[in-house]
Design a protein around this ligand. Structure first.
Ligand SMILES: [Zn+2]
Length: 460
């Protein structure tokens, strides 16, 4: 398995610390609003990362944090007049719904920042004791010039000059500064504060991930992932805090999926090109079409999202659905003639080359095309049928674009009724039933041999 490591900017062979368990930490959502489709690109990528590791036989422990206290959550909850906990719990629930709809396997653990304050205190106290942090009136700051490797991920040069301080969680590279580990209480924080071994206040955003990674996965992990915009300052600061605290290497492989653009532009509320999964669903799209669109690209390249592309992805899923349903019903014979290659070699090579799901999909659809050819021929060899279905299911274990759904009995019987009416050439009544089935979210596809297949109607 090869992984492009942001730290070295090189494609490297993946070697876990412990072959029995791969430790992965992924930066999770800040639950102050619905996550947008740009964030969802990262979450789909984390899922692919996990599935590819598992496909290679690794046991994975994936931890994804929920940031439920930071500048944004406090500001938004106060604006809404809702207590922070209640406010963030709502958006956490929406997030969990989204990832389920996108067929994203749940993380092994979702630690919440507000449940991890004790770990943060411990790290901050030690950093202060060891001279990496200093206290001022408005908080405790990390002194970046004290950590000689500061800037190694984002390739920023620091040297030993002194820096001004920054209290905000988010800032740009040209604002290079000592950053807040702990923020002294401010009236804007309202009821949000902790009192314990540190002055009355709350954590900075960056320390949260260091604490949740170290306490749940240990000092060194195999893979840390997050959207590309997190390289600086978030991940740079995580390294500085964690390595100064443990004295050990924090992460072996850094993996960063790129931005999602919408119609060629960065998403923003002012450009009105800001979408959530709910927006896509409201426009009638199946979330899995979005997943397919994400998989059909290189995670290291910017991806331009358009509704035309989403529509195409949905059509692809539709055709796939019809093909697989028809193929499952296809008559079998004992023919053992020459068969096309249905092995998984090319697929394995694709996904093990830095999670290249685009190339993986090409291989997946090559096998689907063989199934289509047999449907056209009206017959398939018994052995070949099993091989094709096995290959498709195995590949989908990584891709996760197929879904199992049950056809309700009532839809089955309506379809049978329609089929009988068609046999009697009673077209009008048959068409009326077709409409009825459509309204209930399904579609009947008539096959050449007179039989039919029922599939889910994606556009309701
Ligand atoms: Zn993080």
């Amino acid at each position: 398995m090869k992984i492009f490591n942001t730290m070295t900017r090189k494609l490297e062979e993946f070697k876990p610390d412990d072959r029995k368990l791969v430790k992965v930490y992924c930066c999770g959502p800040t639950v102050y609003d619905f996550v947008h489709i740009g964030n969802l690109r990262s979450f789909v990528f984390y899922d692919v990362l996990r599935r590819v590791l598992e496909y290679n036989g690794f046991k994975v422990r994936l931890v994804m944090n929920i940031t439920d206290v930071d500048d944004k959550t406090i500001k938004k909850s106060r604006e809404a007049g809702v207590e922070l906990k209640e406010y963030t719990e709502n958006y956490t629930r929406y997030f969990m719904e989204d990832i389920k709809k996108l067929n994203i396997k749940p993380a092994d653990l979702y630690p919440h920042a507000t449940d991890s304050i004790v770990e943060m205190e411990k790290i901050i106290l030690k950093l202060k004791e060891d001279g990496f942090a200093y206290e001022t009136d408005d908080g405790i700051y990390y002194e970046i010039s004290k950590f000689k490797d500061y800037g190694k991920l984002s390739k920023t040069r620091v040297g030993d000059s002194t820096f001004s301080r920054i209290n905000a969680d988010e800032y740009e590279k040209d604002n290079l500064a000592d950053f807040a580990l702990w923020k002294a209480w401010d009236k804007e924080d309202g009821e949000v504060y902790w009192t314990g071994k540190l002055p009355k206040g709350r954590p900075g955003w960056h320390i949260e991930c260091s604490a949740m990674s170290i306490s749940n996965l240990g000092p060194t992990i195999d893979i840390h992932s997050g959207g590309i915009d997190l390289i600086f300052p978030h991940h740079e600061n995580e390294i500085a805090q964690s390595e100064a605290y443990t004295g050990k290497k924090f992460v072996n492989y850094w993996v960063h999926p790129e931005h999602l653009l919408v119609n060629g532009k960065k998403m923003s509320k002012s450009l009105k090109n800001f979408y959530t999964l709910k927006d896509l669903e409201r426009s009638g799209f199946d979330p899995l079409a979005f997943r397919l669109l994400m998989l059909d690209s290189d995670h290291k390249a910017k991806l331009d999202f358009t509704f035309e592309a989403l529509e195409k992805a949905e059509k692809t899923l539709d055709d796939l659905d019809i093909t697989l349903k028809s193929f499952a019903k296809l008559k079998e014979n004992d023919r053992n003639g020459p068969e096309p290659e249905i092995g998984l070699k090319a697929f394995d090579a694709a996904i093990n080359n830095d999670f290249d799901t685009h190339a993986g999909l090409v291989e997946f659809f090559r096998v689907v095309d063989i199934a289509r050819a047999r449907i056209k021929e009206g017959m398939v060899g018994k052995r070949e049928k099993t091989k094709i279905l096995d290959a498709i299911n195995t590949m989908d274990g990584v891709l996760g674009i197929l879904e199992g759904y049950n056809i309700p009995d009532s839809i089955e019987s309506l379809s049978k009724e329609r089929s009988d009416l068609r046999r009697k050439k009673n077209w009008n009544e048959a068409d009326a039933i077709r409409e009825k089935i459509k309204k209930r979210g399904f579609r009947v596809i008539d096959m050449v041999d007179g039989s039919y297949t029922i599939v889910k109607n994606r556009r309701v």
